[in-house]
Design a protein around this ligand. Sequence first.
Ligand code: EPS
Length: 388
Amino acid sequence: MTLLRLITAGESHGPGLTTVVEGLPAGLELDRDALNADMARRQLGHGRGGRMKIEKDSAEVTAGVRHGRTMGGPVALWVVNRDYQNWEERMNPWPVEAEVGEVHLPRPGHADLVGLWKFGHTDVRNVLEWASARETAARVAGGGLAKAFLRTLGVQVLSHVVQIGPIRSTARPTRPEDFDGVDDDKVRSLDPEASRAMVEHINVQRKANESIGGIFEVRVFGLTPGLGSHVSWEEKLDGRLAQAVNSIQAVKGVAFGDGFDLAAAPGSQAHDEIFYDEACGYYRETNHAGGIEGGMSTGEPLILQGALKPIPTLTKPLRSVDISSREPAAALRERTDSSVVPAAGVVAEAMVAFVIADAYRRKFGGDHIDDVVAAVRAYQERIGWRPR
Ligand code: EPS
């Protein structure tokens, strides 16, 4: 069984981030501009803080690729932290002459306090540097490789924002073209009226020293049926996707298709009836299931939503305890974003692309990309399924 592995490394204010992706076939053509377009898209969105003015992310390939094609071994990518220049003493990998003070004020909702206990640190910085969502830049770099693999198989992974705070978008994109222009919107919303209200909501809440959560949606078009498996809990595609998306910083919930609304629906309206005709083969007229039945892709578009809690770094900090004195104290106050929902959608595209690419690798194997394409075609022919 061929597996795809993604490893990320790097501190938020260290020299940079490293991504290693293992398990891609040889001969896969990569597009440097497409990789870097995703890196830039992740930095977008109304509500980002001062850090995004410092960084200009790009993914530099340092191993595994020659003349624009993978060679079959691990691919390594490097993303520079421009901000490291301002943190060279505090975050140097090696001992420094200067006295570097410790951080002792854990933030409620962050990894700070439990990370200290678990890893035996006395300095919160040793925890927060890794828990920081800066790490998501490395995920997007790796996800870009997965997207290149999926593009070759005719699969597109797209996202938009469906909710910021209490403001909801009414957009229901059903085709890839419906996502055109989403990155030109300030909050990556497809509903212009909701977008204006979302921007206003962020402005008001930011002034009140609040942070803001929301919901993003990822849709995947062109998926072949039968990815994942009903025969083992570990292989179920929805289970694997939920884990990957829930692992994104601040994501508290993941839903497929109609998600939690299905709980209130009667059975007769909760499922997608099956039809057949000569021209289309088997098809559905609805997609309540979000493209997954029994832990396997159905061939309908995959629909996944992720809910983010408000970011736990607050400009008006919550109550905490100074871990050196154990006296009450305000939590650490750091430069921060107020809303990252638009960026989280781009990160979720990367994680979804990675899990789906992995599912293709598990089902179809192949050492060269042409072997993969041939295996997918042969399977689609056997089941009489045509991409639509
Ligand atoms: C983050 C805090 C902020 C964000 C950061 C995530 O960074 P800083 O502490 O340097 O101001 O900007 O996100 C990124 C750097 C990024 O690239 O997305 C946090 O605590 O999670």
